[in-house]
Write a protein that binds this ligand. Structure first.
Ligand SMILES: Cc1ncc(C[n+]2csc(CCOP(=O)(O)OP(=O)(O)O)c2C)c(N)n1
Ligand SMILES: [Mg+2]
Length: 335
């Protein structure tokens, strides 16, 4: 089903993936060195899907990422500095040091801070889309990212049904990474494919190989176009494997060697790199240079954020982030 993805667009997607992967690796190192107060959750193996979601959205759209969506966050416009400031507890970060890892966002820019309760982010996107509709803004779409585990929650079913009835331009993206923490999919659902759950609600479905960047970009572009054209919610199910623990505190010894060696166990980064080399004929030295440049940029940002330090408990304004005095001076582009 791959159609030709424009060379520059593919390169852009790969470079967001690369940035997300290196950022993840550096955060894992910082965590092990005791430099991160909260947990660290990585998106290793999910970058191709994640970046395809972020890159298929436009300014004015709504994006509710999940823990493993570092690549999608970057593609949607998050900066390396914002990601690091949040994880390292800088008061200059988007959540002003109130959150130490993934619950960050800028609601006024359509970038919804993550809710940990599985499935809860879907109805938030529904609400944002309904609000836009009431204001006459009908061109925008919204994406909610969830995992296989979230499909067992009541919140998933209620929100999907609501989106279907209201014909909302929602992309509901499921990263089926074969596990919910240590629970395998065999203990999570009994239907043959997760997309069957959406068919029951009358929602369009798209299955995709989540290790294949081209396939992910093609699928997300198609689903986004359908949602934008008023065809209602689209459910995307990507098959892939979490190539890390649930968080960095988890050694993931329960993931079987057999599944690691199977098709879903392929690393989307290697696959995308091979496509760049073989299909798009990029010289290897260009790709190596991107890695060096990105690593330098991230290391420089880490040094900067570490120098910024944490909040001063005596002078910090601890009021809720949504209070008028905290969000208004920042203007409409922040929070
Ligand atoms: C409603 C709810 N139940 C349980 C949890 C605890 N919990 C946090 S992450 C997680 C596993 C999530 O698995 P999945 O949805 O497949 O996403 P993945 O971590 O694999 O990306 C669980 C059970 C939660 N956050 N919310
Ligand atoms: Mg999962």
């Amino acid at each position: 089903m791959n159609h030709q993805i424009d060379r520059k667009r593919f390169e852009r997607a790969y470079r967001y993936m690369l940035t997300a992967r290196i950022l993840d690796e550096r955060l894992a190192q910082l965590y092990r060195g005791g430099n991160v107060y909260g947990g660290v959750f990585l998106g290793k193996g999910q970058e191709a899907l994640s970046v395809s979601v972020g890159i298929s959205l436009d300014k004015g759209d709504v994006f509710a990422p999940l823990i493993r969506d570092g690549a999608g966050r970057l593609a949607f416009g998050e900066t390396i500095l914002d990601a690091l400031r949040n994880c390292l507890g800088s008061p200059l970060g988007p959540m002003r040091a109130r959150d130490g890892n993934v619950h960050r966002g800028k609601p006024r820019e359509g970038y919804i801070p993550m809710i940990s309760h599985l499935g809860a982010n879907i109805s938030v996107v529904n609400g944002a889309l309904m609000a836009k509709r009431m204001k006459g803004e009908t061109k925008q779409i919204g994406a909610a990212c969830i995992g296989d585990g979230a499909t067992s929650t009541g919140a998933f079913h209620e929100a999907l049904n609501q989106a279907a009835i209201e014909k909302l331009p929602l992309l509901l993206v499921i990263a089926n990474n074969q596990y919910a923490y240590s629970t395998p999919t065999s203990a999570q659902f009994a239907c043959k494919e997760l997309s069957l759950k959406a068919q029951g609600y009358g929602v369009g479905t798209h299955d995709v190989d989540g290790t294949d960047l081209k396939a992910c970009m093609t699928t997300l572009e198609k689903a986004a176009a359908l949602a934008r054209a008023g065809e209602g919610p689209q459910l995307i199910v990507a098959e892939l494997l979490r190539l890390c623990g649930h968080g960095e505190h988890d050694d993931a010894q329960y993931i079987s060697p057999k599944i690691k060696a199977s098709k879903v166990g392929r690393d989307c980064m290697n696959e995308a790199r091979n496509t760049l080399l073989k299909e798009y004929q990029y010289p290897e030295k260009d790709l190596d240079q991107w890695t060096t440049e990105t690593t330098d940029e991230i290391n420089q940002a880490i040094r900067q954020v570490q120098q910024e330090g944490g909040p001063d408990p005596f002078t910090h304004n601890w009021k809720a982030l949504a209070t008028r005095e905290l969000c208004e001076p920042l203007g409409s582009s922040t929070l």
